[in-house]
Design a protein around this ligand. Structure first.
Ligand SMILES: O=C1O[C@H](COP(=O)(O)O)[C@@H](O)[C@H](O)[C@H]1O
Length: 235
């Protein structure tokens, strides 16, 4: 596990974008399949990518997926797809055919199956699980990642690549990438910023399987954790 710490959330987002662009530049013929997390943390990175790195990115090779989705229509302010579309995808020359959203407005169980089929069709697989180039995760201050919350640890070892699940705090239905799919990725990256994430970062980095995010960080083979000083202040 490699920890990369920067002074500010801006510097952290910028370093992460540059890391992804570096990875893309390693094989200029290859399609690059990356799954993005939801929540509020990546918003800064999406905005920065559109405004500062638009011309440095080969959009024709970037294939965009989601780690998880809230079961709401794309126009809803809770939609992970909606946020990324507004801040990044609508601002850059990427083809619709390279954007694979989870349909939050559809039946969650059926959508999880449809999304599994799409990802398996688009990229190589290992033991029935799609193999992403990068899975970009966040972490909640309770230690959840993807939409796998504490108490739902069975989703870390589910035999389904994507499942219907729910947020235990408010019952909101969700669709989530499960543990094996995350761990299968060539690279698992966490982007975690802000003081309220300091405990979860300390848990991920210094302890064992204390929650879903920590479990992933300790079980994936290549893990990079991008944090700012505030998130790192309990290390
Ligand atoms: O519910 C979710 O929470 C986590 C963390 O979100 P943040 O707002 O604290 O950045 C996120 O990684 C996950 O994808 C999301 O759906």
């Amino acid at each position: 596990m490699k920890l990369l710490k920067y002074k500010t959330a801006n510097e952290t987002a910028s370093a992460l974008i540059e890391r992804l662009l570096d990875l893309m530049s390693m094989d200029e013929k290859k399609k690059f399949h990356i799954a993005f997390s939801g929540g509020s943390t990546p918003a800064l990175m999406f905005d920065m990518w559109a405004n500062e790195y638009k011309d440095d990115t080969d959009w024709s090779r970037l294939y965009v997926y989601w780690v998880d989705e809230r079961c709401v229509p794309p126009e809803d302010s809770d939609s992970n797809y909606g946020l990324m579309k507004k801040l990044l995808l609508d601002q850059v020359p990427i083809s619709e055919n390279q954007i694979f959203r989870m349909r939050g407005e559809d039946d969650p169980a059926q959508e999880a199956k449809r999304y599994t089929a799409i990802t398996l069709e688009q990229m190589s697989e290992v033991n029935g699980f799609p193999k992403f180039d990068v899975v970009l995760l966040g972490a909640g201050d309770d230690g959840h990642t993807s939409s796998i919350f504490p108490g739902q640890e069975e989703l870390l070892t589910s035999q389904e690549p994507f499942v219907a699940c729910h947020n235990p705090y408010n019952g909101q239905e969700r669709i989530a990438m499960t543990g094996h799919t995350i761990i299968n990725a060539d690279l698992v990256v966490f982007l975690i910023t802000g003081e309220n994430k300091a405990d979860v970062v300390a848990d991920i980095y210094s302890s064992g399987d204390t929650g879903p995010a920590a479990y992933i960080a300790h079980h994936a083979s290549l893990v990079e954790i991008f944090i700012d000083d505030l998130a790192g202040n309990k290390l």
